[in-house]
Design a protein around this ligand. Structure first.
Ligand code: GDP
Length: 326
């Protein structure tokens, strides 16, 4: 495969080239990996999209929100890519985010690109592929890259580490349920959107927004953000109410961060983080291959048999790796 030609195809916004490029970065084959690295280098880091992370538990309305919100952005003349990061597919091979037909209207738009989460991958693999897919969509000229994930622990942290803004979609709830929201997740959120603020749920949504707003005030404000952020707002993906306001707040925060240099510094930190993660991931792979794998087994047996201490065996292992480079 010619990576220069593929890079050119991606850069001109050719959707088939983009789809093929994403398949390439998703591949676990060693030769594909080398091509993927070459492709990403060829594309460089020229243009930047708004990378928007969106998380929420199953049933909270993510698909509905993305469909309506995405259509709103397209009407405003923007190109929108949607990528799903689904940690469940890493464990079980089944996907929460990819199975049903979602975002029917959006998926038919020439200005939209929707990529369901790939099945079968290791957690580290999911992170890498998602991040690289984001970079590809960015290079392909999308204005907004929406990175969707389900609200289950690790995946949120992963998505927060690859986006410029992180939005948490929540359901109207009683005050007690609010206690169950992990502090760490609240701390990552730039915007909490309480969905389903319509019909019978409107009043509960209003109370929930007030509860979250109170909770957010208690969390230490990030030094890099303007007054009033992070914010809680109510929306209805079903009726579209509040979506324009939510978008206005996202743009305001993004513009503020750009103007104050925080956008660039956040991206720089993320790049450094991903570099270190990639090296760690590579080292783990080295350990799973010969000769390191065999040596690991031999040393493990010696430790189990009481012939070496865990510390001495680990030092020996690391010493060998250091000398041979694997
Ligand atoms: P996901 O699992 O987070 O992607 O959630 P879905 O978008 O599939 O929505 C789950 C259910 O909630 C569906 O039955 C939707 O019709 C419903 N739903 C989504 N958004 C709203 C909303 O704003 N108001 C109401 N009343 N229902 C909604």
């Amino acid at each position: 495969m010619d990576m220069t030609a593929m890079a050119e195809g991606v850069r001109t916004g050719d959707r088939r080239a983009l789809a093929r490029a994403i398949t390439l970065v998703e591949s676990a084959r060693a030769d594909h990996r080398m091509q993927a690295v070459a492709l990403l280098s060829a594309l460089g880091q020229g243009r930047q999209a708004l990378r928007l992370g969106l998380s929420g538990t199953p049933g909270v309305g993510k698909s509905t929100f993305i469909e309506v919100f995405g259509m709103m952005l397209i009407r405003a003349g923007l190109r929108v890519a949607v990528l799903a990061v689904d940690p469940s597919s890493a464990r079980s091979g089944g996907s929460i985010l990819g199975d049903k037909t979602r975002m029917e209207q959006l998926s038919r738009q020439p200005a939209a690109f929707i990529r369901p989460s790939p099945s079968q991958a290791q957690m580290g693999g999911v992170a890498r592929r998602s991040r690289e897919a984001v970079a590809l969509c960015e290079a392909a000229g999308f204005d907004v890259v929406l990175i969707e994930t389900v609200g289950v622990g690790q995946s949120e942290t992963m998505v927060a580490e690859m986006c410029d803004l992180f939005v948490l979609l929540m359901a109207p709830a009683g005050g007690d349920e609010l206690q169950g929201v992990k502090r760490g997740i609240m701390e990552m959120a730039d915007l909490i959107l309480v969905n389903k603020a319509d019909g019978d749920l409107a009043a509960a949504a209003g109370r929930t927004v007030a509860d979250y707003a109170g909770a957010l005030r208690l969390l230490r404000k990030r030094a890099q953000d303007p007054e009033g952020f992070p914010k809680a707002l109510s929306v209805s993906a079903a009726t579209g109410a509040g979506l324009d306001r939510a978008w206005a707040e996202m743009q305001a925060l993004a513009a503020w961060r750009r103007d104050h240099g925080h956008w660039t510094s956040r991206r720089a930190e993320q790049a450094a983080h991903w570099f270190a993660a990639e090296v760690r991931q590579g080292l783990l792979q080295v350990l799973q291959r010969e000769p390191a794998k065999g040596l690991m087994q031999v040393l493990a047996e010696e430790v189990a048999g009481g012939r070496k201490t865990p510390e001495a065996a680990a030092a020996e292992m690391l010493g060998r790796l250091g000398r041979t480079g694997g």
